[in-house]
Design a protein around this ligand. Structure first.
Ligand SMILES: NC(=O)c1ccc[n+]([C@@H]2O[C@H](COP(=O)([O-])OP(=O)(O)OC[C@H]3O[C@@H](n4cnc5c(N)ncnc54)[C@H](OP(=O)(O)O)[C@@H]3O)[C@@H](O)[C@H]2O)c1
Length: 326
């Protein structure tokens, strides 16, 4: 598969987002299905796996990834995150989110960063994390202090590259001044533009962009008509029954364009993203082997400039109903 650079780290243009493999995200899922999905992803070339200590209960998602990379560690770029799975006795601060259900609590204090990393290394069954992100900036801690603690992990060989997730351009600049940042991971998709200032800063500093939820939590595949029980999207205003229906109607021109091109809407959404910047990488999630293979094939699609212009035109008219998640 085509590769791309995230700072000095090289990864496939399309990786694999493992969040979908823990119960309670997109409804229920058992470990057998989760492990099969990871095996499909790795065998098909999605050798950049994105997880977090906060996905699933008690490191469930990292432990799944750990089992999948056993015996093939050298083939895989393992990315994980810290700051949301906070030890009970520790304080935390609120980060605003658009989800209807609760707030996000963060603790990215420097004194805890090594402890987080050691726990993730144990869960993953490895001695080094290739790309280690702060999951959300801590409103109570200057990001340069968190980055300083992450730099110490690089110095001591626990981590190879550092990343930041859900940050602004100013936060990226502040952290990058402390230690080179390989990647910023923010939401970016056809229905959630990335912040222009952040994109400009990443380009200027040579930082890669990892697009989370590149399929709009499944919406952009054109297949979501209703949600199963236990699916976190019930809390997302864009997916309320009424909004989902009107959003699907408004998304029809993009779905139709994909059909005319002979590709799926998911592939068009991913290929469009990869055409936005040479340093963008997408990490779609899926529990379904056929979807995983379909998504990875999008890495090698070339979209004609006229197609890109038509998409931009359609997106300019695509008014999404329901607020954003973050
Ligand atoms: N840094 C952060 O704060 C943050 C936040 C959210 C997510 N993330 C990362 O981003 C990754 C991806 O995000 P995500 O899982 O939220 O959203 P996503 O990749 O945009 O969408 C996943 C959904 O799309 C469906 N899907 C995938 N490919 C499909 C296809 N070809 N056809 C039909 N349906 C398809 C999946 O269902 P099936 O399982 O049925 O295929 C699943 O319901 C996560 O795993 C995580 O690593 C990071």
């Amino acid at each position: 598969m085509t590769t791309r650079d995230l700072g000095s780290l090289q990864v496939p243009a399309i990786g694999f987002g493992a969040m979908v493999l823990s119960p309670g995200v997109y409804g229920d899922i058992d470990d057998t299905r989760a492990e099969a999905a990871l095996k499909t992803a790795l065998d098909a070339g999605a050798t950049h796996i994105d997880t977090s200590d906060a996905y699933g209960v008690d490191g469930h998602n990292e432990r799944l990834v750990g089992r999948a990379i056993k015996g093939r560690r050298d083939e895989v770029v393992v990315a994980t995150k810290f700051g949301l799975a906070i030890p009970e006795e520790e304080p935390s601060r609120s980060h605003p989110v658009g989800y209807a259900f609760n707030e996000l609590r963060v603790n990215a204090e420097p004194r805890l960063v090594r402890r987080y990393a050691e726990r993730s290394l144990r869960n993953l069954g490895t001695d080094v994390i290739d790309l280690y992100y702060v999951h959300y900036p801590d409103p109570g801690v200057p990001i340069e202090d968190t980055a300083g603690a992450m730099a110490e992990l690089v110095r001591d060989g626990l981590v190879r590259h550092i990343g930041l997730s859900n940050v602004t351009a100013a936060q990226l600049r502040a952290a990058h001044a402390v230690h080179p940042v390989a990647a910023v991971q923010n939401e970016w998709s056809m229905w959630r533009p990335v912040d222009a200032e952040l994109l400009a800063a990443a380009r200027e500093l040579g930082v890669g962009l990892v697009a989370w939820s590149p399929l709009g939590n499944g919406f952009l595949t054109g297949t979501v008509r209703s949600l199963p029980d236990g699916d976190f999207r019930h809390n997302a205003p864009r997916f309320s029954a009424e909004n989902l229906s009107s959003n699907n109607d408004r998304y029809a021109p993009i779905r139709d364009l994909a059909t005319r091109l002979g590709i799926s809407p998911a592939q068009l959404a991913l290929a469009w993203l990869l055409h936005q910047d040479e340093h963008v990488v997408a990490i779609p999630g899926s529990r379904t082997p056929a979807h995983i293979e379909e998504n990875l094939a999008a890495a090698d699609l070339t979209l004609h400039p006229d197609t890109l212009a038509r998409i931009d035109e359609a997106l300019a008219k695509f008014e999404v109903t329901g607020g954003t998640l973050l």
